[in-house]
Structure formats: C-alpha cells, structure tokens
Design a protein around this ligand. Structure first.
Ligand code: GLN
Length: 252
C-alpha cells in the first residue's frame, strides 16, 4: 500500500500509559509497516509545542488521578488546537483517564474536581466509597455499521454518565459505570473507551478500523476491504481465551 502515510501523535506518552496502553501504538505501527503504509508516531508532553491538527490520529491513554491532575492545565490550553484537529478530520482515540478528560469533568477519588475539555456532555463522578470497576470486559459495538466484539481489561473508579453516543453494549464486565451496561463513547470521529489491556492487540479489527478512519482524512475513498489482510491467528487465540473466561460463545 505504497503512497499511504499515517501520522500519529501520542499525547502525554510519559505519564498516560496504564496497563500497557503503549501497546496500542505498537500495534498501529506494526500493522501499518506490514502493509507498507508509512507511519510516523510523535509524542507530545506537557509544555511541548505541537500542532495536533497536523496529525491523522491523536491518542491519549489512561492514567491515575495524579497524572490526570498533572496534565490538565496543559490539556485545557490545547483546546482550540484539538478543536482544529477535529475540524480537519483527525481521528481521536482515548482510553480511560484520557476519555474522561474530554467530557465535562472528572471527580477524583479524593473528591477534587478536574474540569474537562467539555467537548461532550458526559461527566465522570467517583465510585461510591472508593469502589472501582475492575476486571476483564467484553463489549459489542457497531462501528460505522460494522458489528465487532471488543475485549479488554478495565480498572477505573470513575463512573461516566450522560453518554449520548456509547461505543458499545457490555456483554461482560462494567463499562462506563456500574449500572447502565454501556461502554465508551463514539461519535464517528472520537473513540473513547475504558478498555485497556491494551485495546488494540486483542482487537485487530478495531486497529484496522482506526487505521482506515485516520487515513481517510487524506484518502476519503479508502475502505477496510482495501487493507492488505494480515495473519491474526495469535490475536484470535488471545481473544478466545478471554471469551472462554467470560463465558461468551458468540465469537467473531
Ligand atoms: N483515574 C481514573 C479512574 O480511576 C482513570 C484510571 C485509568 O485510566 N485506568 O477512574
């Protein structure tokens, strides 16, 4: 697939990397390289100058409350630039702590309030009496009309509510909060999820979906079918182990 170039920026790479979120970057890089897609992965730390709108894909991983507090002023100072990136068609991939910060606010475990970027209506309160959603998770999602089952691992105190466009329905585990049975946020351009593990190694179709969505910024005609197929035998085995553990039979 010569002639294709994917530009990725990983925000706060040095502090937002819980439960192997870095693996998401490794998977995108490897799946592009195997197909001859030129891929660049830059990083953007606190205080570093960076035009986020020049990237096809922006990634922000998960982090503990402490890290979220460390970066929030810097993140809020980039709000206009992130809006510009969205206007230019950049795909945005957010995990857990990063996902929370694109909403209205996050109440940390110690009760302090962190105001988010407020791009979306959802907000995140802390779990009652320090309770956390922890464990393996499987969700069923429909990504631009295509059904996929995503598996991963979650560990968050935050209870995210008022999500108008959930990413998926929970098959096993918790998701956005203890009660609603929905997970993440997806509006066609911004993909937020509580799934770590990291997400993409065990969900190669979602990795390819993101590659296509991001490349479409410059190649609007590109489809999933046009990607060179890769051997995902190992990934499928990893998925099957998790499906068995969660007693899920509807494997895809
Ligand atoms: N600190 C946040 C919470 O506990 C996010 C944690 C995470 O990114 N895994 O809800």
């Amino acid at each position: 697939m010569n002639g294709y170039k994917l530009k990725i920026v990983w925000m706060y790479h040095d502090i937002m990397d819980l439960y192997g979120d870095k693996g998401n970057m490794m998977v995108l890089q490897r799946r592009c390289e195997q197909r001859g897609i030129d891929v660049v992965i830059d990083t953007c730390g606190i205080g570093e100058s960076c035009d986020l709108a020049s990237y096809d894909l922006i990634f922000l991983g998960g982090g503990a409350d402490r890290e979220q507090m460390m970066l929030i002023d810097d993140l809020l100072s980039r709000r206009d630039n992130i809006q510009k990136a969205m206007d230019s068609g950049s795909f945005i991939f957010l995990v857990c702590g990063g996902y929370q910060l694109f909403g209205q606010y996050y109440i940390a475990a110690d009760g302090s309030k962190i105001n988010g970027l407020q791009f979306f209506d959802y907000y995140t309160d802390t779990g009652k009496d320090g309770t956390r959603c922890i464990g393996n998770i499987a969700i069923e999602c429909e990504l631009d009309g295509e059904r996929m089952i995503a598996v991963g691992f979650e560990n968050h105190g935050g209870q995210t509510c008022n999500v108008k466009h959930p990413l998926g329905r929970v098959l096993s585990g918790y998701g956005n909060n203890f009660t609603e049975g929905i997970e993440g946020f997806y509006n066609g351009q911004v993909f937020g999820t509580y799934l770590h593990g990291p997400l993409l190694p065990k969900n190669p179709r979602i990795a390819d979906f993101m590659i296509v969505k991001a490349l479409r910024r410059h190649h609007p005609q590109l489809t999933m079918e046009m990607l060179t197929p890769l051997d995902d035998t190992l990934e499928q085995k990893a998925r099957e182990v998790l499906f068995r553990r969660m007693n899920i039979s509807d494997i895809r």
